[in-house]
Design a protein around this ligand. Structure first.
Ligand SMILES: Cc1cc2nc3c(=O)[nH]c(=O)nc-3n(C[C@H](O)[C@H](O)[C@H](O)COP(=O)(O)OP(=O)(O)OC[C@H]3O[C@@H](n4cnc5c(N)ncnc54)[C@H](O)[C@@H]3O)c2cc1C
Length: 240
């Protein structure tokens, strides 16, 4: 089976990113591309997909939104956790000046991509958005990795007031960006796609869809004839 049987490991570190979001560093490593995900399994609870924030060690960042993530948030250092993967198709690193656009926990796979891109000598700008300062995820992580960081909050409590996509237009015009990557809420991704099409740029978007098997078997993550787990979660959109 692709991704193998769930692999048992333990939690090495828990980082509280904000009131709803925690990062779990596991005592495991995998070979993975940024944008790939793992299926995390908690026996007698469920199995759910989470993007890799790092592969060495395996790191995931989890927003508490429902029953599974509530149980996950209760786990402590040394507790057992199981995962399958890495699964899916990740980002392809293109361009010399890349722009990353992340909303909410959508920054998770982009942080992994930023690490690889900076390591490969690319110039990286990260535009991160949330409703408020308290809900921003990784406001410092991208700067530590060597990216230029632009923050946007809807209430203006940090960075530019407004949606992260409001700052994207001027970045595309001013900064000589030649590759765009985004992950976040659907409305944000729709706007990123529209802006990229308008500027004649390709973009790679990580899409989210409710997922069961993660292997392209059950069909629950179908979207426009494609399966998000098997054909994505990263899809490339080229200009018309
Ligand atoms: C490839 C991929 C990568 C992901 N990476 C991350 C990550 O890095 N961090 C992170 O926090 N989350 C990530 N997710 C999302 C996470 O897997 C889900 O939010 C998961 O469902 C949470 O489980 P839960 O039981 O806590 O909440 P759920 O009860 O599953 O609910 C979570 C949300 O999903 C909605 N939902 C529930 N069932 C369905 C359904 N059948 N169809 C559509 N929507 C539904 C609910 O309304 C609710 O808003 C990722 C998802 C995918 C597909």
């Amino acid at each position: 089976m692709r991704g193998g049987l769930p692999r048992l490991t333990r939690i090495a570190r828990v980082i509280e990113e904000n009131a709803q979001v925690r990062t779990f560093v596991l005592e495991a490593t995998v070979e993975a591309d940024p944008g790939q995900f793992v299926m995390v399994w908690l026996p007698r609870v469920d199995e759910k997909p989470f993007s890799l924030v790092d592969a060495d060690p395996v790191t995931i960042t989890v927003a508490k939104v429902g029953p599974f993530t509530e149980k996950l948030h209760r786990l402590k250092i040394d507790d057992k956790i199981w995962f399958r993967g890495p699964l899916g198709h990740g980002f392809e690193l293109n361009g010399e000046h890349i722009l990353l656009i992340g909303g909410g926990y959508g920054v998770a796979p982009l942080a992994f991509l930023a690490q690889r891109a900076v390591g490969a000598g690319r110039q990286v700008t990260a535009a991160i958005g949330a409703r408020s300062r308290a809900e921003l995820v990784f406001p410092q992580r991208f700067a530590r990795l060597g990216c230029s960081v632009i923050l946007a909050t809807e209430d203006g409590s940090a960075g530019v007031r407004g949606l992260v996509t409001d700052v994207v237009e001027s970045l595309l015009e001013r900064e000589g960006v030649d590759a765009v990557y985004a992950c976040g809420p659907e409305a944000m991704l729709d706007r990123v796609l529209e802006l990229c099409q308008g500027h004649g740029l390709s973009c790679q978007l990580s899409l989210e869809k409710y997922m069961r098997c993660g292997l392209g078997v059950c069909g629950s993550c179908q979207r426009g004839g494609m399966l998000v787990c098997r054909d994505g979660p990263v899809f490339t959109f080229r200009p018309h």
